[in-house]
Design a protein around this ligand. Structure first.
Ligand SMILES: *[C@@H]1O[C@H](CO)[C@@H](O)[C@H](O)[C@H]1NC(C)=O
Ligand SMILES: *[C@@H]1O[C@H](CO)[C@@H](O)[C@H](O)[C@H]1NC(C)=O
Length: 409
């Protein structure tokens, strides 16, 4: 059995025991419920990772990077349940400010709530959190760290998806796999533009330093008093930080021999909000990837007028528009907002502390048993009645990409 927590740093903080005690009752309850639901009796007979078929002629598979900070364990667990499928790989990251006990809780609660994790070993919690300074380069470093860990753990996924504790899916994992299965596996979904506008003087030219990179105690980023010129050795692209990137592109960034990803990384270290420009600029300046780029991040967001730093918090009044949008993910939500229950009930068909019951779940559905405590073929997905809008959105995006309408412009 694979270790669930990548113990990169076994040292634990003094507050070690506070969180587990609070969570112990909950975890025991879940363990008890899953025990009576019968997985313990039959899990050795259930299909395991060996039966998983991935690669070009099989349904798509994703590497999900779910990140949050101190106090986000419950939200990450809920998000994990909403996006879980045995075909995919998951890496959960709580930034360095979260106590080790919160990571331990997250890994035991995930295991207790999803029996399939034991058989597929496809969920890991990063054992030591990275710094995630607001607006600083440590956020980008953390994303690259996650991508390289996921390349190391598993070489078979097709797309790397970044999600945050404030995000939630608007489609079932089966629908996501179904729709992406007909998309060329080397496409990247990233919102981008080279039209910098006001950002040129506010986001491109200022020079900042992220202390999260070199100081043990995080503080705010430093702003230099001088500005620098807009680069002319490469074209600067900017856009949404939320991305769906192909495995081939991340291999190019992390283990490739072309130097572009490294030189741009050096440059982006001192750019404010580098996660809003790094992947965008690397993709669009690399000849072999600029034609593999779809100009969309596939996220539903609603902006205030004038826009704030973050999109506004989605609530029940946004449900209709959101559910019809045909976009697979939305942000941002308040913790346990009632609209998340609406999404669970109406779209995902998901019950409390259970994964979304996909075609892989073969158990009986009763209030006391989780249908996903037993499973059969995980290479089959069953689209839901909500899949049509998402399919249309994807078809239009791929058609636009084929006619080269707005990639890397
Ligand atoms: C990408 O598209 C541009 C414009 O259509 C074309 O000139 C270029 O040759 C393409 N590059 C590759 C690597 O296919
Ligand atoms: C939902 O959000 C909108 C926009 O932020 C706000 O005007 C509205 O009052 C909120 N509704 C509820 C029920 O919280």
């Amino acid at each position: 059995m694979q270790p669930l927590t990548l113990a990169l740093d076994p040292c634990m903080a003094a507050e070690k025991w506070l969180f587990p005690i609070l969570s112990l009752a909950f975890v025991s309850l879940i363990l008890f419920l899953s025990a009576i639901s019968g997985f313990t009796a039959s899990s050795s007979l259930l299909p395991a990772a060996a039966d998983l078929r991935r690669g070009p002629n099989n349904p798509a598979s994703f590497a999900f990077y779910l990140s949050g900070s101190r106090g986000d364990a419950h939200r990450l667990l809920r998000l994990l349940l909403a996006v879980y499928h045995p075909r995919n790989r998951y890496l959960l990251h709580l930034s360095w400010d979260a106590p080790a006990s919160e990571r331990a809780y997250l890994s035991s609660a995930a295991r207790a709530a999803i029996p399939a994790i034991r058989a597929f070993g496809n969920v890991d919690v990063l054992g030591r959190g990275d710094a995630m300074t607001y607006m600083g380069s440590s956020v980008l470093a953390a994303t690259l760290h996650a991508a390289s860990v996921m390349l190391r753990l598993d070489g078979e996924w097709d797309w790397f998806v970044t999600l945050n504790a404030a995000d939630y899916p608007l489609v079932t994992p089966d629908d996501l796999i179904h729709v992406f299965s007909s998309v060329p596996r080397d496409l990247n979904f990233i919102d981008h533009t080279s039209d910098l506008g006001w950002k040129e003087s506010h986001r491109v030219q200022p020079i900042v330093v992220d202390p999260g990179i070199y100081l043990a105690r995080r503080t705010q980023i430093f702003h230099a008093t001088v500005k620098r010129k807009t680069p002319d050795a490469f074209k600067f692209f900017t856009g949404s930080p939320w991305v769906i990137l192909s495995r081939s592109f991340l291999e190019y960034c992390i283990v490739g021999w072309d130097n572009l990803p490294r030189t741009l990384l050096m440059y982006f270290t001192n750019v404010p909000l580098p996660q809003e420009g790094y992947f965008h600029s690397v993709l669009c300046n690399a000849p072999e990837f600029q034609n593999k780029t779809v100009n969309n991040d596939l996220r539903y967001m609603a902006w205030d007028n004038p826009p704030q730093m973050e999109p506004h918090l989605l609530n029940v009044t946004d449900f209709d528009e959101m559910s019809k949008s045909g976009v697979p993910f939305a942000r941002q939500f308040k913790k346990d907002d009632p609209v998340l229950d609406m999404i669970d009930e109406t779209i995902l068909d998901r019950s409390y502390y259970r994964p979304v019951p996909g075609a892989w779940c073969s158990g009986k559905r009763r209030w006391w048993t989780d249908p996903c405590s037993q499973w059969k073929d995980v290479n089959i997905v069953k689209p839901s009645r909500w899949v049509e809008n998402f399919g249309k959105v994807m078809k239009k995006l791929v058609d636009d990409w084929n006619s080269d309408l707005d990639s890397c412009k």
